[in-house]
Design a protein around this ligand. Structure first.
Ligand code: ATP
Length: 205
């Protein structure tokens, strides 16, 4: 699997539609300070479902929408789409190419799409579990992040190793199964209470 392209429009400093295409090998993006290099990485983080404005170097989510310049009006929405080559089926879907899209309007209305089909944030998250690519993955390392990893809490570092080891999905499934078992236990206790009440007070039957 590899990143084939990133399409941005109205996202941060990219008012116009821009398509970044990546080919074999390493691609470097160069430019003067403040020209928008980190905004490209932010676009990828955002399309993968980042919900924390701070992680995108903003104060609120609306800050990802192009806010205008002296010569250009603000735009009403931000749009990012990434195209991944999936011919090795690293992503668990039967498509050679996977396009993940996110769009948000100033009103707060937002949508996610996978290969053109509207989906939930949960679907985007699940698509990337254990690939290292999700918003929590280790494939996007921002400025200062290495430092944070090295000096971070052991639990935070553990999350990174879990993702690399490919066990995150099992841990999440286990947590969901435990939650279900707990809910069933509560239901059983409730049924026992009802049975007990009707045994002790036959009039309630
Ligand atoms: P450096 O080399 O200093 O790290 P950089 O090339 O990585 O810089 P970025 O941090 O990606 O640059 O981009 C910062 C620029 O993006 C600033 O000029 C800022 O004004 C612009 N920018 C960020 N958010 C928006 C927005 N919502 N609307 C318009 N411009 C924005």
């Amino acid at each position: 699997m590899y990143l084939k392209s990133i399409e941005v429009q109205g996202f941060k400093s990219f008012a116009n539609r821009i398509l970044f295409e990546f080919h074999n090998g390493i691609t470097g993006i160069v430019g003067p300070n403040g020209s928008g290099k980190s905004n490209v990485a932010d676009a990828v983080r955002w399309v993968l479902g980042e919900q924390r404005a701070k992680q995108l170097r903003g104060a609120k989510m609306e800050d990802v929408i192009f806010s205008g310049t002296e010569i250009r009006k603000p735009v009403s929405y931000a749009y990012v789409a990434i195209t991944l080559d999936n011919s090795d089926r690293a992503l668990p879907v039967e498509y050679d190419e996977v396009v993940v899209t996110r769009k948000v309007f100033r009103s707060g209305e937002s949508e996610y799409l996978i290969n053109g089909n509207t989906c939930r944030l949960k679907d985007v998250n699940e698509l990337f579990y254990d690939t290292g690519i999700g918003k929590e993955g280790y494939s996007i390392i921002g400025q200062g992040q290495i430092d944070r990893i090295l000096s971070g809490k052991p639990e935070e570092r553990r999350e990174l190793f879990d993702e690399a080891a490919g066990i995150v999905k099992f841990k999440r499934r286990k947590a969901a199964a435990i939650k279900k078992l707990e809910d069933e236990q509560t239901n059983l206790t409730r049924v026992n209470d009802i049975l007990l009440t009707s045994t002790l007070c036959p009039a309630n039957r």
